[in-house]
Design a protein around this ligand. Sequence first.
Ligand code: ADP
Ligand code: MG
Length: 225
Amino acid sequence: MAVILVGSIKGGVGKSTTALALASEIRSAGQTVYVIDTDPQLSLYRWFEDWKLKDGIVVEDGHKMTQKQLETAVYDASQEYPFVILDVKGAINEQVMYATLQANMLIIPQRASAADLERSIEFLDRLEFIERARQRPLPHRILFTQRTTAITSRAEREIMEQTRQAAPVFSSELFLGDAYRAMFLYRMTLEELDAHNLARTERARQNVQSLLREIVAIITSEVKA
Ligand SMILES: Nc1ncnc2c1ncn2[C@@H]1O[C@H](COP(=O)(O)OP(=O)(O)O)[C@@H](O)[C@H]1O
Ligand SMILES: [Mg+2]
């Protein structure tokens, strides 16, 4: 099973959006997913509270969990669900550090900005410490988010190049898309938004499906290694 941690030092980079979009497409692929929201802002837990279908995705409010409770929750969920996703606060606190111990994939969302790149590098510096504590590597990738698909500017290209030199990067991106915002607004999955004609979801779903394929390939190759 996959335990995916979506983390960053910064807020607003697209962690919760990535977590929900992944959960949405995992469900659409016919699998189940357990999400633990440890960010006190609880954007995913609030989404879940208002989500009418309540089938295939469970979101637990983990913001007050102790380390022991979080560990138990992740362990139990990983026994029952093929996918567990941890959405955390934009910081490296004890809870985030602890969550990294159980994850087998770390996604670091990042916009194509110099400030975001600096925070990603800061996070990557901590990985060394995290991997020592885990006593094994933590497969990780930076995920570019919120870029427009039109033209990649020179500055964007430069930032993306520097990012690739600093860390492995997903070839999939979550481009800027209204469908991602609409998931939170209407409390629906991408598939439901499409069915209700509330947003054009084709591009967004393709982005997420492609990301999901990359994640599964990485985790599968780690398990074999
Ligand atoms: N790919 C995207 N396309 C459109 N809007 C996005 C995208 N990613 C994030 N956003 C918007 O940016 C804001 C911050 O995203 P969020 O996922 O909550 O970040 P974080 O969890 O890292 O704080 C939200 O308003 C969200 O709707
Ligand atoms: Mg968030």
